[in-house]
Write a protein that binds this ligand. Sequence first.
Ligand code: NAD
Ligand code: MG
Length: 380
Amino acid sequence: MIQVVLVGATGSIGRSTLAVLRGLGPDARLLGVFAGSRAEPLARIASEWDVRYAGLASDEQLPALRTALPNVRTGAGAEILQEAIRDPDTDVVVSAAAGTAGLPASLEAVRQGKTLALANKESLVVLGPLLLAEARKTGARILPVDSEHSAIFQCLRAGRPGEVRRVVLTASGGPFRTWSREQMARATPADALRHPTWSMGPKITVDSATLMNKALEIVEARWLFDLRPEQIDVVVHPQSMVHSMVEFVDGSVVAQMGPPDMELPIQYALTYPERRKADRPGFRTEDFSALTFEDPDRERFPALGLGEQAARAGGTAGAVLNAANEVAVQRFLDGEIPFPAIADTVASVLEDTGLIADPTIEQIYEADRTAREDATRCRT
Ligand code: NAD
Ligand code: MG
């Protein structure tokens, strides 16, 4: 039986994880659930699943959580999260909070030698080699939930590490794939939140519109698969049926495919190295009859180049990229800056920040703080 702590239980990945656990039936048990600030939706999940732990990140609604769950260990903040992850029964931590808020759970999971099912790509973008070094120390496994990285992870089983020529990340292109620069300059938050193929939380949905999501995924892939930055390419594939590809040294291209559905990569991370039976469609001619691929337009989507830049620079560059972007996305959603200013803000903060090549965790958190301040003040 797989015993799971789910961080970000009330979000989009959280909901898909619950659906996967339902499908796994008695082979899986939900041990703990964590969310940001709202007690009611978390309490509902905690009661339904009869969990041992339930925690919020902030304490305003902790009294309500306590009242709703008298027989569950409840709390707010880092301590209860650590307690749940450290529980000897915990096998897997699904890290699916949005943004930098997801880092503590990922770090604690690898420090405790647990399997980390990683949806929170920010953990790898920001902490990079430090997260991997912690995992090496304890023997923790980091398994990707991000669909592109799960695809690459699956494709890599077709060859040896030295036999990889490059990986090709697919991108849907987002809602503005065919928009001109002028149209994008007038894009509203509602426009950016209308993703053509995936239903996700608001932050990652805006990132899909700027292609910053792909930029973050380039950095994520660099660390997770120990690739050189020039081994990572991006192709726009609007149907989101091919989830990514690995090209081997002999020219063979192995792809992982299927209808867009996060439950598959989540299930694979939970049951790896096994594949469990599930009632999901596989190949259907009508789904695959018109797949198209095109090179991304780097002028309309400058975020992509920023991701490549951060992947090449390493060190604190990922933290700066991610922090500046989080602030810029929020400013766009608040109606404070226009859509193209998101990438402009990130570019300007990256440009103005002195990077540290081999940082400590404290230096990474400091880079994150400074980049947030700079992005808040930035007038592009
Ligand atoms: P979401 O906004 O739908 O959900 C976020 C969840 O995190 C909520 O449950 C929220 O309560 C919780 N949360 C917020 N702050 C928290 C904190 N400090 N501690 C614990 N929980 C906290 O986001 P999402 O779309 O589910 O994305 C979650 C993560 O997964 C992101 O890192 C995203 O990039 C990644 N991801 C998502 C998808 C997808 O399809 N949604 C795909 C690939 C990767
Ligand atoms: Mg992805």
